[in-house]
Ligand binder design. Sequence first.
Ligand code: PLP
Length: 289
Amino acid sequence: MENIVYLNGEFLPLEDAHISPFDRGFNFGDGAYEVIRSYAGKFFRMDDHLNRLLYSLHELMIPPVDITSVSHLITQLLEKNKLAMSDALVYMQVTRGVFPRSHQLPSQEIRPTVFMSVSQFQPQHDLQETGVKVILFPDIRWTRCDIKTISLLPNMMARNKATSEGAIEALFVRDDIILEGTRSNFCAIYRDQLITAPTSRFTLAGVTRKVVLELCKSVGIPTYENPIYANQLRHFHEMMILSTSLEVTPVVQVDNTIIGDGKAGEITRRLQDAFHKLVEKLQVQAELS
Ligand code: PLP
C-alpha cells in the first residue's frame, strides 16, 4: 500500500516528499519531534505530546505550530493510510526551515518545515513479559535533554552499543546518576516504592513516565522523584523503562547485574495491568462518545 506522508501543507506519497539540502534540520539537526501512539485509532495523551512539542519549539526559538490543526492533520493522515482504526505510531518533526547555511539563526522569519508520517505499530509484548537487558552508558549529551530535539547522535551511539551487547536500551549516566534511556525514562522499585529521576534539564519529561506516576497514585504505590545512583543498582527489587513505544517494560539485567530474581516483579506487573486498563478505558470512552 502507498505510504502517504504530510509535508508543509500537502499530503503526498513518501517518494514525492522532498526537502531542501539547506533545510536546517538536515544541516544542523535544528528541530524538534514527537512520537504519538494511536490505539485502535484512539490517540494516547495527544495533548501532552503536542504541548511538549510546543515547549521544545519555544526553547529552540522556532515559531509554534497550530496544535488544533496538527491534531486534525494527524487524523487525516491516518485515514489516508487506512490506519484510522489500527494500532499506529505517528511521527512528527518540525525544523526551523530552509535558509542558506550559517550557524547564526536566520535574521528574517522563515517558515518551519513540518513533516509527519504514520505506520502500523505493535509493541513487543514478548519483551514486556520476559523483561529486558539494558546497559549503562556515559551521558555524552548536551545539558538541554528536556528539549525533544532531532539531534540524536549520542542516543544512536549508545543504542548501538546496547545492541552490540545483546541489550535493548542504554541508560545514560552522568556523575554516577542514572538519568534515562536513549528513548525511554527509567524507574526503580525499592521495597514497595517507585523511584524515578526528577524532571530536569538532563532528562525528557516523558509522557509515559507522567502516566505511570498518575497510575501509582491511583493504585497506592508511593513515588519518589529522587536521583538514582549507579552504585545502588544491586539493591533495587525491580526496574522498568517507560516510553510511548515500550510502554511499561521490565528491566531484569543491567550490564552484568541481575535485578531482583531476574523476572518482572509484582509492582511492574501491577503497573502494566493498570496501564493496559487505561488504554482499554480510552477505547471504550471513544466508542461511547
Ligand atoms: N527519554 C528520551 C530521551 C526519549 O527519547 C523518550 C521518548 O522518545 C522518552 C524519554 C520517553 O518519552 P515518552 O514516554 O513521552 O515517549
